[in-house]
Structure formats: structure tokens, C-alpha cells
Design a protein around this ligand. Structure first.
Ligand code: SAM
Length: 309
């Protein structure tokens, strides 16, 4: 698909470039904030699976830059933002970058060191594996990332803090909801307007981190096992038929962002430039600096050249 055609079909893709965001995902975090006010009082944040960096840009613009320009802020008072991804990311003002795998226990240690004994107020995780199109498989791999994110949360998030995590809606959504509820009294699944209806993606907004009494973060895997019964995962589904009456769980699911605003599933005509000429499609703000598919593109190009010569 050409850039102009995508500009027309995907309003958030176009607006992201116009407003200087590296990816359209920026709008998802902004719309979640509109509904849940997630940035209020936040001084320390962890951005998991951050590349190419549009969520880190949002954090920088919403938290770091205003504090930096405020006359009262001293160096030590500035918000701390730590971003982690497998991929390298171009720098963003006020964001400390860590290149690493969030499923690796060492990554949590690196993050904790940056916080120097203090805890984070907010952890966000937009992690996604390369989707295969096989929903069950994609949902499973996605839940591994959420579990990794939650493990980091139990090490770095302060009590009362918030955790926002991308989820894939599927048959195990209610199990995931119940697991998150062990740590957060309030869990809502949100679908920002900028997230396409055709995508199974949604976001778990988990508020007021309250680990179970006596919880040891190192025991996360064992704790999750304890919740289950020997007969397997399906027994854990608290919205399925085996629970009745008040024990049955209804998951709060909220659309967020201005509901009269842009619809991410619609096409919008391209506007005219001020001088009446056709819309000039913009380049992406920050293409990935070392994308995993770079080698594949080089090979494809080389093979096309040898075929033509
Ligand atoms: N929030 C980002 C933004 O706004 O620019 C977009 C994140 S993108 C949808 C998903 C990211 O998850 C990719 O950059 C990928 O490298 C990262 N990722 C996937 N698995 C990971 C892992 N195990 N550890 C760290 N990052 C991972």
C-alpha cells in the first residue's frame, strides 16, 4: 500500500506523522489517559516494549518536558522514564533506554537499578510478538509478554500504582482478568478509538497495585499456579458456566477516547494543502534504526536485481 493511500485509509497513521509521533500507537496511550487519567501524580514510569518509541514520546511530552520547563523544577525532581525493548530506539529527551528482553529476569534488575531504591508510579507495556494470524498462538505468546510485564511490575511498581498492558482478546481473556485482579482491585479492559475494531488488541488498565499479603515477587509463577485447580486452565475461567450468581465475573469493558472523534476503521479523504494543491504525504517520523526485517529486505532486493540482470 502506498503512503498516500495509507494516509487516506488510516487517519491515525496520518495524524501521527503530522503531530510528530513515531507511531500511531501514541493515540492509544493518549486516549487511555483521557479516560483513566493515568498520568496524574506520576513521577517515575517504566515503558516496556517501547520501540519505536511513540509511547515514550507521550511520556516525555506529558511528564518530562512540562517539568523541565517549569521554573521550580530542580534536576533531581525531574520525572524518570525508563524504556525497554529488544530493538534499539532513537533517543527521546528525558527517556533512559535499556535494550533487553522483558522475559529475562535480568531486565527487571536493570530497571530496578535505574530507580535507585524508589519505585515506579506507572508501568506501561505495549508488547506484541510478531503476529502469525493464528489467534490461539498469538494470544498465547502475547500472554507470555503480559506475564513477563507483570513480573517486572511486582518488582518495580509502588503500592497504589498503575499498570497498562496490551492484551489480545480471546477465549482466555477472563482468566487473564482474574489473574490481574489478584494484584489490582480495579481492572478494566479498554479499547481506544485509535485501535482498529478489526484487531483483537485491547488494553488492560490495572489500578491501585495491591499485592496479596505476604507476596514475594519471586513467587509469581507459583502464586499463579495456586489459583488454579488440578483439572487445568479452563477451571480458572471465572466468567464461564461453573460459577453462578454473585461469583460470576463480568469484565468492565470501556471504549475510550472522544467517541465522536476519528474512527480508526474508516477512510477519510485527504485534505487539500493551503495553496489548493494535493495533500503531500509525510515520511514516517522515525523509521526503525535496525529493524529485524532489514536483512530480509536486502536479500529480496539482491535477488530482484540478479533476476533483472
Ligand atoms: N509502544 C511502542 C510505540 O508506541 O512505539 C510500540 C510497541 S510495538 C507494538 C511492540 C514492541 O514489542 C516491538 O518493538 C518489539 O520489539 C517489542 N517486544 C516484543 N517482545 C519483546 C520482549 N520479549 N522484550 C522486549 N521487547 C519486546
Amino acid at each position: 500500500m502506498g503512503k498516500a493511500s495509507r494516509d487516506k485509509r488510516d487517519i491515525y497513521y496520518r495524524k501521527a506523522k503530522e503531530e510528530g509521533w513515531r507511531a500511531r500507537s501514541a493515540f492509544k496511550l493518549l486516549q487511555i489517559d483521557e479516560e483513566f487519567n493515568i498520568f496524574e501524580g506520576v513521577k517515575r514510569v517504566v515503558d516496556l516494549c517501547a520501540a519505536p518509541g511513540s509511547w515514550s514520546q507521550v511520556l516525555s511530552r506529558q511528564l518530562y518536558l512540562p517539568a523541565k520547563s517549569s521554573a521550580e523544577s530542580k534536576e533531581g525532581d525531574l520525572p524518570l522514564i525508563v524504556a525497554i525493548d529488544l530493538q534499539p530506539m532513537a533517543p527521546i529527551e528525558g527517556v533512559i533506554q535499556v535494550q533487553g528482553d522483558i522475559t529475562n529476569a535480568r531486565t527487571a534488575e536493570v530497571v530496578i537499578r535505574h530507580f535507585d531504591g524508589c519505585k515506579a508510579d506507572l508501568v506501561v507495556c505495549d508488547g506484541a510478538p510478531d503476529v502469525t494470524g493464528l489467534h490461539d498462538m498469538d494470544e498465547f505468546v502475547q500472554s507470555q509478554l503480559i506475564l513477563a510485564g507483570l513480573t517486572i511490575v511486582t518488582h518495580v511498581l509502588k503500592e497504589g500504582g498503575k499498570f497498562i498492558a496490551k492484551i489480545f482478546r480471546g477465549k482466555d481473556t477472563s482468566l487473564l482478568y482474574c489473574q490481574l485482579k489478584l494484584f489490582f482491585p480495579t481492572v478494566t479492559f479498554a479499547k481506544p478509538k485509535s485501535s482498529r475494531n478489526s484487531s483483537i488488541e485491547a488494553f488492560a488498565v490495572c489500578e491501585n497495585y495491591t499485592p496479596p499479603e505476604g507476596f514475594n515477587p519471586g513467587d509469581l509463577h507459583r502464586l499463579l499456579e495456586k489459583v488454579g485447580s488440578p483439572s487445568g486452565g479452563s477451571d480458572l475461567d471465572c466468567s464461564s458456566g461453573w460459577l453462578e450468581g454473585p461469583n460470576k465475573v463480568y469484565i468492565p469493558f470501556l471504549a475510550c477516547g472522544d467517541l465522536t472523534g476519528y474512527d480508526s476503521d474508516r477512510s477519510y479523504p485527504l485534505p487539500k494543502e493551503a495553496d489548493g494543491s494535493s495533500y503531500q504525504s509525510l515520511d514516517p517520523i522515525q523509521p526503525p534504526i535496525a529493524p529485524p526485517y532489514k536483512r530480509a529486505l536486502e536479500l529480496k532486493k539482491a535477488s530482484a536485481q540478479s533476476f533483472n540482470s
